[in-house]
Design a protein around this ligand. Structure first.
Ligand SMILES: Nc1ncnc2c1ncn2[C@@H]1O[C@H](COP(=O)(O)OP(=O)(O)O)[C@@H](O)[C@H]1O
Ligand SMILES: [Mg+2]
Length: 160
């Protein structure tokens, strides 16, 4: 039996930005309040691009303005699937700062978080983690792990 969120979760090839957007829209279609989606990966991997496509799909507005929250650290949106908080934790200055940003309250809504390694011990155990890696040119690699059972088809790349 494959471990449902172990290393055998199929790595997914994302040849271009549209492919990353399609994966984000598929995740948004399953996301519900209470879900935490952690976006891991180096600068330029496509974490913000993923969040932008997620928020556009969730709001039904393909032109929705989704700036990188690298200075505000969090930006919140009211969407058709509920309120979504998009965090960028790169500049986070410790756990107290996270609390001040409204991290705890946000857990009842949908959370997207870039740079999840900044969470340390505050990392939510039931989160869906999406690890994005840079390949040559526009190609990216995504590995999904964790998260609710309804996300299983996304993790494995197989239809539900
Ligand atoms: N397959 C792809 N997936 C995501 N972004 C891509 C892809 N191909 C090219 N890009 C570009 O790479 C950049 C990713 O930037 P960004 O999403 O801000 O990265 P991060 O938030 O991880 O630092 C954007 O300019 C985007 O257009
Ligand atoms: Mg970013």
């Amino acid at each position: 039996m494959p471990d449902r969120d172990g290393p055998d979760a199929a790595p997914r090839l994302l040849p271009d930005l549209a492919a990353t957007g399609a994966l984000a829209a598929a995740v948004a279609a399953l996301a519900r309040p209470g879900d935490v989606i952690l976006l891991d990966g180096p600068f330029g991997a496509g974490k913000t691009a993923f969040a932008r496509a997620f928020l556009r799909a969730a709001s039904g507005d393909p032109a929705l303005d989704v700036p990188s929250p690298s200075f505000t650290l969090v930006q919140s949106y009211d969407t058709r699937i509920g309120r979504v908080h998009h965090f960028d934790l790169w500049r986070l200055n410790g756990p107290a700062a996270l609390t001040e940003l409204g991290w705890d309250e946000a857990q009842t809504d949908i959370v997207l978080a870039e740079w999840p390694e900044r969470l340390g011990a505050l990392r939510p155990p039931g989160a869906l983690e999406i690890r994005l890696r840079l390949l040559a040119g526009e190609a990216r690699h995504a590995v999904l792990s964790g998260g609710p059972e309804r996300m299983a088809s996304l993790r494995t790349g197989r239809p539900a």
